[in-house]
Design a protein around this ligand. Sequence first.
Ligand code: GUN
Length: 293
Amino acid sequence: MNTQFLDGKAMALQIKDEIANEVRSLTAQGHRAPHLAAVIVGNDGASMTYVASKEKSSHEVGFTSSVYRMPETTSEAQLLETIEFLNSDPDIDGFIVQLPLPKQINEQRIIDAISADKDVDGFTPVNVGRMVLGEDCFVPATPMGICTLLKRFGIETAGKHCVVLGRSNIVGTPVANLLSRKGFDCTVTMCHSKTKNLKELCLQADILVVAIGKPEFVTADMVKDGAVVVDVGIHRIPDETKKSGYRIIGDVKHSEVDAKCSWVTPVPGGVGPLTIVSLLQNTLKAYHKREKK
Ligand code: GUN
C-alpha cells in the first residue's frame, strides 16, 4: 500500500498563518485582538502541557491570552465564581476550563455554568444540542480538527463506513455525529467497551477513528487494506533514549498498521496540532459574533 500521511503539523501551521493574517488585518484597522482565556485547576502534567501549548499558539496568531491557575484544593464554589467572572468579562471572547478537574469538583456542573456564547470548547449542553440539530455552534476542538483534516486532504467520505472506537463526550460521540451528517455522509458505527466482535467491525471500516485511550490498542489484524486511520490517542511512554525522558505514542500500533493504510494520521503531528487550531478558530468565531452584537 502506498501510504500517505495526514500531516496535521503542516496543516496547522498553514491555518495558523491564515488566522494570524486575519488578526493582523483586524488590528491594523484599529480593532482589538481576539482574547482566549484558559482555567487550569491543579498540577496535572498533561493538562499543564496542553494549556501551555494553547497559550503559545494564541500568541503566535496575535490573540490576547490569559491563564487562570487555581490550586488543586479549589472548591466547586470558587471555580464557579471564576467562571461567572469570565462569563461577564467584556474583554474575553472565549474561554475553556481544562479537564479533568480535581475530584471535589463536579465537572458537569462546571460545564453547565459556562456561557454558551463563550464556550469555545463546545462542551455546554446548548452547544452540544445545537451541534446535534445541525445549527450554528461551537464544535469541540478534536472532532473539528479531525473533520478539517479529512476535508482539507480531500478524503472521500460520502457513503463510506466509518467506525469510531470510543464514545466520550469530547471525541467519540461528537465525531460520530459530525461524520454521519450531510457534507460528510458516512455510515457510522460507534464502538465502546461493551461492543461485541470489535475486530470484525474494525475490519469493515473504510475510515477508522480511534479515540479509545489505550496505547497501541489497534493492531494490523484489525485494519482493512486501504483504510483511512485517524488516531486520536496521545500517551507518554518513558524512553531513556529521548532527551525529554519520554516519547509519545497513540491508540494505534503504527509500526504495523501504517503499511496497510491509504491515509493515516501520525502520532505526534496528526490530530493533535489541529485540535489547538480548532480552538483558535472557535475563538475567532466567538470574537466576530460579539463584535457583530
Ligand atoms: N482535556 C482533554 N481534552 C480537552 C479539551 O479539548 N478541552 C478541555 N477543556 N479539556 C480537555
